[in-house]
Write a protein that binds this ligand. Structure first.
Ligand SMILES: Nc1ncnc2c1ncn2[C@@H]1O[C@H](COP(=O)(O)OP(=O)(O)OP(=O)(O)O)[C@@H](O)[C@H]1O
Length: 255
């Protein structure tokens, strides 16, 4: 059972401290949403948890082992990371982009084992991409590319999935769908960590919420306990209303 523990993480960039001694945990089978205003440090926290940014102080533990002690390949097999606004730099087909998510799993030489073909087909179907499979990824809309990148991040069945703003640019149906996919991955045992600005979606899919403000964790715990009007009002410096309905939670702000 995977467990990621961030222990007293401080990150200094240039002359600014952008994370101040942040501690939290992400567990297998749980979906944690990281929320907070622009510049709060969400992407920085995700980068550190993914092992992409070494903290200035503190450490990240993965199942009791320092993340920094894992080999690059082991890390690539166990965790997938999807940055905000991912890009494709040259014309490569959708199918190939999705297949890149398998790189760490493949033998270093020789042909592609047949078993992976079926995995690629499933990943394309799962994200509604079958019709786009031969299109150059450079010619997709922003929302289509976001789905391609989600398919790529999840095709290797990572134990830890870290995703930064996966629904930016998605239409309501595909945003909900992406949320459901991430929820399903957590239900299947993956530790899923997602930075989100869409708080209604956060309320719908999160088990736990980490609320960051100015580089400090202001609240973390079960979603119901963190997504309160008082916490959100303080977090975003604006009056917040949280209504619980039969469909879920509706969060409104009043300036
Ligand atoms: N490479 C960098 N060098 C210096 N400062 C940086 C760098 N990257 C980010 N920062 C600063 O760190 C702080 C946290 O940035 P971060 O991207 O983690 O915030 P965020 O919560 O993800 O914001 P957003 O919601 O706007 O994506 C910001 O003040 C930002 O200006």
């Amino acid at each position: 059972m995977i467990m990621v523990a961030l222990e007293n993480i401080t990150v200094t960039r240039g002359r600014h401290t952008v994370l101040h001694g942040a501690s939290t945990t992400f567990r297998a089978g749980r979906l944690t949403v990281v929320i907070g205003p622009n510049g709060a440090g969400k992407s920085t926290l995700l980068d550190v948890a993914a092992g992409l940014l070494p903290p200035s102080a503190g450490r990240v533990m993965l199942d009791g082992q320092p993340l920094s002690a894992l080999s690059r390949r082991d890390l690539a097999i166990r965790r997938a990371y999807l940055p905000q606004n991912p890009q494709v730099d040259w014309a490569i087909s959708v199918e190939r982009v999705v297949a890149l998510g398998l790189t760490a799993h493949l033998p270093a030489f020789g042909g592609l084992p047949g078993i992976w073909r079926a995995r690629i087909d499933t990943a394309l179907d799962r994200f509604d991409l079958a019709d786009l499979r031969d299109r150059p990824a450079t010619q997709l809309s922003g929302g289509e590319l976001a789905r391609v990148m989600l398919a790529r991040a999840t095709i290797g069945d990572p134990a830890l999935l870290i995703v930064d703003e996966p629904t930016a640019g998605l239409d309501p149906r595909h945003a909900l769908d992406a949320g459901r996919r991430l929820r399903a991955l957590a239900d299947a045992g993956c530790a899923v960590v997602v930075a989100l600005h869409d708080l209604d979606l956060a309320a719908r899919i999160a088990d736990d919420v980490v609320a960051l403000k100015a580089g400090r964790i202001e609240a973390h715990g079960p979603a119901d306990a963190v997504l309160t009007a008082a916490n959100l009002g303080h977090l975003y410096d604006i009056e917040a209303h949280v209504a619980r309905t039969v469909d879920g939670v509706a969060i409104r702000f009043h300036g």
